[in-house]
Design a protein around this ligand. Sequence first.
Ligand code: SF4
Length: 312
Amino acid sequence: MSALECAQLAARIETAVGSAFAAESAADYHIPGKLSMSGVGGCIKACALAWSGEPVTDPPDGTQENRAANLGRWIHAGLLPRLADTFGHSIVEMPVVLDWNGVDMTGNADLVVIGEELLLDLKTINPYVIDTFDADQVDSVPLKHRLQVYGYAEGCRRAGIGIRFVGWIFLDRAFGGLRVVVEELTDVHTELLYDRYSDIDGWSRMPDEAPREGLAMEPWVCGECCFRQRCLGAGVQPEDIGTRRLEIFTKKEIADAAMCYRLASKAEKEAKLAKEASKKVLFGQAAGEYGESKITYSKAGVMKVAAVRNRV
Ligand code: SF4
């Protein structure tokens, strides 16, 4: 085989790989503009537009390869049934429905371990962010992932399946690095979920006024948004977002953000002072539980203070 034939064959193989990803995307088709449980923690403007039933301006054209997302789907397909075998009495990809104000919010819970009243969500991530997740800090789980899982748990409960614990499995797609965070559910989580639904409902009456939260998220959020041109202007394409971001914000949005920044800076300064004052008391104290907090030390002797988990 000549060098040219080899190069042509390599090009065909590359095309075939791309087609495989595109076919997987097509198989995972969702109705564009339909709000699901996995979306409620995303951009609130996109949620409000979807909730109010506005027509989409940028439906997917069916050719997207979505490689990272599809790699994640293939990992789900391989790992979740194995986990179910290990735990026993589990349901993989359990469809859940939550009726809210007469509208069905739907989703698929990755793994429901019936015997342990546990609901698990698998997130495949890139290896560079794995250290942002901390088993002792539920707050290290982004709110959008928490709201998604609280929605699944509430849907299960309404279907008569008891869920007491929720967990997130963060698995890096490159090397298999792992972080697991588990949380016991309380009424606070349900309130957090319904507060978010109420916010979406409120903005859905004036969706064009809703904050454009997507612009502050990962670049692909607006790039893949099916309301992109409705929100950012006619003709705005995914590749334009990075450069046009600055022109897109209105003066009011900039003023609101500046005010938010000032308030957050003040709160941050106060929190730092409070933290330093607390450290003076805590320095050198023995590991153990103190009220609702616990002190632990790493092997290197670094002190950590965390909330005491609710007990069984
Ligand atoms: S384009 Fe971005 S900011 Fe606008 S609605 Fe979509 S996700 Fe939100």
